[in-house]
Ligand binder design. Structure first.
Ligand code: RAM
Length: 339
């Protein structure tokens, strides 16, 4: 889904004045200048990924409720360099807020700093930058919770022992790298009989992820499980395994969207996987962005804001707002979801 809008240059000026006049609210919902006419640019890691289509749908839902405007832009490839021109354009347009899933924790930092000094509020969601480059990070679930859930799933599916591999997104992705580091720690302490034999990167590209799956199976004939902490990777891995002799022998789990994974759960390739609700994540990030851009909150720890149908949220340490817990999908519930 793609949303476009004409962003009037005057809007930014009016918004900037509004911010000066109102200052930063205490987050009680009464300090801001209103979210009407707030302009928001949504910049996912890449376009064409159903996960981000779901988060952008949530962003649009929030914007509609708030009377704000959202435009989704983004590169085809999930690379940091490719995100920079979109950040620069958003800054030049003077949008009220930029909501971005970062392909790298630092590489887009300069561009974000420039956008912020031009008055644009920056909210990272899904994949963070280093904290100094943004006002808020809307986190889908705790990194520990996400890492633990994936290890529980794979351990359960391979009977607690054997070789596993990780098929990740792009090599610099902040979110996947944080989860992988935690999985490595936890494997060492709690899963002595499971050996992580290789980590490969499919760049959140379907074909690359598919090819990396084939290569993993070839290089590790004793492989018992593939953990893919990316919705693009897990779907490609499941598709490869579903028609190969690894089906039933090599478990595929990680983080996936129900719509992409349904057929592989139903055909027995995949037993269970996890995720949060990406629509809610985009919705929450947009509510937070609008609260910042309207001056309702400053993004300080303890600030609270109203996030529509999701209720009230509080900004935590390091400017983080937490959506919730990861959720496990399997044959008993996969039919109940549509994203
Ligand atoms: C992919 C992206 C995204 C990640 C999900 C789980 O869609 O890499 O950043 O959060 O997978």
């Amino acid at each position: 889904m793609r949303f476009t809008s004409v962003l009037a240059a005057g809007t930014a000026a009016v918004l900037a004045l509004g911010l000066t006049a109102c200052g930063s609210g205490d987050g009680g919902g009464d300090g801001g200048g209103g979210t009407d006419d707030v302009t928001i640019t949504m910049l996912p890691k890449n376009l064409g990924n159903p996960y981000f289509e779901a988060s952008t749908a949530g962003a649009q839902e929030a914007a509609d409720e708030l009377g704000a405007t959202v435009e989704e832009v983004g590169p085809d490839a999930a690379s940091p360099d490719a995100q920079v021109p979109f950040i620069n354009t958003a800054a030049q347009q003077g949008v009220g807020a930029l909501v971005v899933s970062a392909n790298d924790p630092t590489a887009i930092g300069d561009a974000l700093e420039e956008a912020r000094s031009a008055g644009t509020k920056v909210v990272t969601f899904d994949s963070d930058t280093e904290p100094q480059f943004r006002d808020l990070f809307v986190n889908q679930a705790s990194p520990e919770g996400i890492a633990d859930k994936q290890l529980e799933l794979v351990a359960d599916q391979i009977g607690g022992e054997g070789e596993i591999a990780i098929l990740s997104a792009s090599a610099n992705a902040t979110n996947q790298n944080a989860w992988i580091a935690l999985m490595e720690e936890k494997l060492a302490s709690d899963y002595p009989d499971i050996e992580l034999v290789e980590i490969v990167y499919g760049d959140d590209d379907d074909q690359t992820s598919f090819d990396k799956t084939a290569a993993l199976l070839q290089s590790h004939p004793d492989l018992k499980g593939i953990v893919s902490p990316t919705t693009v990777g897990i779907a490609a891995a499941a598709r490869y395994v579903s028609t190969s002799d690894a089906k039933g022998r090599v478990a595929v789990t990680g983080l996936g969207t129900p719509n992409q994974m349904r057929e592989y759960v139903e055909d027995g390739t995949v037993e269970a996987f996890a995720l949060w609700n990406p629509t809610d994540l985009g919705y929450l990030a947009t509510q937070a962005a609008a609260a910042l851009a309207s001056g309702d909150i400053a993004g300080e720890e303890g600030d609270t804001f109203d996030a529509g149908r999701l209720g009230e949220f509080t900004v935590g340490a390091d400017g983080e707002v937490l959506l919730g817990d990861p959720y496990v999908y399997d044959e008993t519930n996969i039919g109940d979801f549509d994203f």
